[in-house]
Design a protein around this ligand. Structure first.
Ligand SMILES: C[S@@+](CC[C@H](N)C(=O)[O-])C[C@H]1O[C@@H](n2cnc3c(N)ncnc32)[C@H](O)[C@@H]1O
Length: 213
């Protein structure tokens, strides 16, 4: 049984990433000779396990992935899923006290600074967090590196989380709440940084962009 099949069998019901999306990641990784991957937002670690399984299949590569320290409380959590999938050696989880933005600062100023071929960005979809996060990730991507943004159509105004937390939603101007903030980063910040829009995957709300060489 392949590692991806094992993840499906053991953790099929765990949110969020599903096998179809994992196969998109597989194509991106194998077609672009990707070895070093960084993920923003792992939740219970299902996407991290799929990415780790793809790297395991090609017998090369490593994933660094960041979420909040509170993600340890999930059952199963990322460490359980990686352990039970035999993929702990392919993935290093970073548990941020406040935000991935500070963990990214730590990586940027580490000596030597780690460099990545691909970032799968799936955490904190607001303008502030995605915009600043993309800028920081850019500093860690190799020339020609890939940035895969998830939730391109997400908006505060249509988010269930913000619907259930109206006080939080009310902090935003109506036009910000109505905006698709990940898409705004795609449209305005990535071109400013010199990224090429490679393609969108509309069914999956993915956008793939490439840093200039
Ligand atoms: C949609 S979930 C990730 C799902 C995961 N990639 C998957 O497909 O299985 C988004 C995650 O981003 C994390 N997140 C959001 N804002 C964050 C921040 N500022 N710092 C760290 N993690 C954050 C949340 O804790 C949540 O677990």
């Amino acid at each position: 049984m392949s590692k991806a099949d094992l993840i499906d069998a053991k953790f099929g019901d765990v949110p969020y990433m599903d096998r179809q999306r994992a196969e998109i990641l597989r194509d991106i990784i194998t077609e672009n000779n990707v070895h070093d991957v960084i993920e923003i937002g792992f939740y219970q670690g299902k996407s991290s396990a799929y990415i780790g399984s793809i790297l395991e299949d090609q017998n090369a590569g490593h994933l660094s992935t960041i979420d909040l320290a509170t993600a340890r409380k999930h059952s199963p959590n990322i460490e359980d899923i990686l352990d039970q999938s035999g993929l702990s050696h392919r993935v290093t989880p970073f548990f941020a006290k406040r935000s991935y933005t500070w963990e990214l600062q730590r990586l940027i100023n580490a000596n030597p600074r780690p460099q990545f071929d691909l970032c799968y960005f799936d955490g904190g979809h607001t303008w502030d967090s995605t915009g600043f996060g993309a800028l920081l990730v850019d500093m860690l991507l190799r020339p020609g590196g890939l940035l895969l943004l998830d939730d391109m159509d997400w908006a505060i105004g249509t988010s269930r989380y913000y619907e259930n937390n109206p006080k939080l939603a009310n902090r935003y101007d109506p036009d910000e709440a109505a905006s698709q903030s990940v898409r705004l980063v795609w449209d305005s910040i990535l071109p400013h940084l010199g990224y090429e829009h490679v393609r969108e995957y509309p069914e999956y709300q993915y956008g793939l962009a490439r840093k200039k060489f």
